[in-house]
Design a protein around this ligand. Structure first.
Ligand code: NAP
Length: 507
């Protein structure tokens, strides 16, 4: 049985006190901490030796040099003096000391190492990319009880796969299980950290979450709770999302907690995918059973699928792929996600029957205006038409509106005064599908010239911000309003059903 990797919190604060406060916040979720002494203020150096005692969990001491991405600018003599001070205490000391491969164990730490109180981590930072001969890069890195640590920076999905191939080929680096540290940094390395057990890494490094973090920072609580890190085994089923970029996606926070609530042994991981040709190799290598697909791959993925649903064929957009015996089947859950809150709103007005059905479609006899003619508008127009609504499409570039209208049997108009007048005859539902109004374009309202009477259902599929200018105007006029978050959640709930065969369990 594979050892469960330990969660290490990397402490990069300027003072011991601040680092201890960060540790306290995450204590329930971590197994050990790494003190990045190269980031401490110089005045703190004298207190480093007392840190393990104060921390109360096993501690790694790392004084990373500038060439390895650290900030220690001093010479080797200064670093040695720091190590001496750090290992002066005889009682509880550092459980691990990180050193580069060529650096001898400092005399002060030698006794702690010989007595088995401290283990040496032999680190090699490979810089940008993944070395072609990764196995040789890690071999010979360490001796005896030393733990080899190889840190790479994959720049592409292909490089992540190369790293994983190496991890699989030599799962323990010729040592006992989990007796090495191996991971990739940056967005493309993200899966190697969440799936550290599959990479056979002894530790996974995490950081405290800050408000203005770039996407992809992994904090211990998210790893332990959202990704169920400690429960992941070889039998855990793997799902995820592919896109570029993808680490900002909210989908892991939709799917993972639901797996936990159902007791369904699965994990949902974001996989940055820069080249669609890597989709099948990625899915195959990790044994992925289902994926959400996001920008820019919703169309590009289609040629790689063994089968597609009618909605994918008609919209040309696939946002979900499910593994079958024949290969991956492509589905479009945006259509379901869009319709579900809309039909619920109509039902509460008595405009559709209680089960949402009518012969000829749930929206037969209902008129709708759709602002925009981009990718998302295709799914919206398909959804409205497949349920029998009469649709007018308006777009800034009128030719695109005309083309979409022609394809789905709709009316069309330019997005101007003439178009707003035409909307008078298509106003039961008004759907906003453009990127205008979305962060950072919060001040925009592409339908500003259209006046709501309060009888319309106004639907903005933009979900960031939750209340766009368009929607706020409709709300003030007394309309029923639906925000894009509803669509996002319902398309996710449908994906969850396709992944697991079970309805999404409400929190
Ligand atoms: P897209 O394919 O790039 O289409 C953009 C559309 O916006 C085009 O019709 C474009 O008109 C129009 N547009 C852009 N700027 C405009 C402006 N200043 N004034 C008027 N029209 C403007 O984008 P998409 O993939 O369809 O996505 C559109 C929005 O839907 C995004 O905000 C996305 O987040 C959201 N979305 C939400 C969900 C959900 O689940 N809630 C799902 C999918 C998408 P032109 O043709 O003239 O350029």
């Amino acid at each position: 049985m594979r050892a469960v990797p330990e969660i290490c919190l990397s402490l990069t604060g300027p003072t011991i006190r601040e680092n201890l406060a960060r540790l306290e916040r995450y204590r329930p979720y971590i197994d050990l901490v790494e003190l990045r002494a190269d980031l401490l203020e110089q005045a703190e150096f004298g207190a480093i030796g007392r840190f393990p005692e104060l921390a109360g969990v096993p501690a790694v001491l790392a004084v990373r040099k500038e060439q390895d991405g650290g900030r220690f600018g001093g010479g080797e003599d200064e670093r040695r003096a720091l190590f001496e001070a750090a290992f002066a205490a005889r009682e509880r000391g550092f459980a691990y000391l990180e050193l580069e491969e060529e650096v001898p164990v400092p005399p002060g730490a030698r006794r702690a190492v010989e007595e088995g109180m401290t283990r040496i981590i032999r680190a090699r930072y490979c810089g940008a990319g993944v070395p072609v001969d990764l196995r040789n890069a890690s071999h010979g890195l360490s001796r005896g009880t030393e733990i080899p640590k190889l840190v790479t920076a994959p720049r592409s999905t292909a490089e992540l796969l190369a790293l994983y191939g190496c991890a699989k080929a030599d799962p323990a680096d010729g040592r006992g299980p989990g007796e090495r540290i191996l991971y990739g940094t940056g967005p493309f390395g993200f899966p190697s950290r969440v799936l550290a057990s599959r990479f056979g890494s002894r530790f996974v490094y995490t950081e405290p979450a800050e408000h203005d973090d770039p996407p992809g920072v992994l904090d211990p609580e998210t790893l332990a709770v959202t990704y169920r890190f400690r429960e992941l085994t070889d039998r855990t089923r793997l799902f995820g999302i592919i896109g570029d970029p993808v680490l900002h996606s909210r989908s892991p926070a939709i799917h993972n907690p639901a797996f936990t609530r159902l007791g369904f042994d699965a994990v949902y991981v974001p996989f940055p995918l820069d080249d669609i040709a890597q989709f099948l190799p990625l899915a195959e290598a990790f044994g992925i059973e289902g994926l959400s697909v996001t920008v820019p791959h919703k169309e590009r993925v289609i040629p790689y699928l063994a089968a597609i649903d009618d909605a994918v064929a008609k919209t040309g957009a696939c946002n979900t792929v499910i593994k079958t015996e024949a290969g991956f089947r492509g589905c479009n859950t945006d259509v379901y996600g869009f319709l579900t809150p809309l039909i619920a709103a109509l039902r509460s007005r008595g405009a559709v029957t209680s089960d949402g059905s009518r012969s000829g479609g749930a929206l037969r006899g209902i008129t709708a205006s759709v602002i925009g003619a981009g990718g998302a508008a295709r799914s919206v127009v398909y959804a409205l038409r497949s349920e029998g609504a009469s649709v007018l499409i308006l777009n800034r570039t009128p030719e695109r509106a005309a083309r979409l209208a022609d394809e789905f049997g709709c009316s069309w108009a330019p997005l101007d005064e003439a178009g707003f007048t035409a909307m008078e005859r298509f106003r039961d539902i008004v759907v906003q599908t453009t990127t205008a109004g979305m962060t950072p374009y919060e001040d925009e309202d592409p339908a500003a010239g259209f006046h709501f009477t309060g009888t319309e259902i106004a639907y903005d599929i933009v979900y960031h911000p939750p209340l766009t200018r368009f929607l706020s105007r409709a709300k003030d006029a007394g309309c029923t309003v639906i925000g894009g978050l509803e669509m996002l959640l319902h398309q996710g709930y449908r994906q969850f059903y396709l992944f697991t065969g079970q309805p999404y369990p409400e929190p």
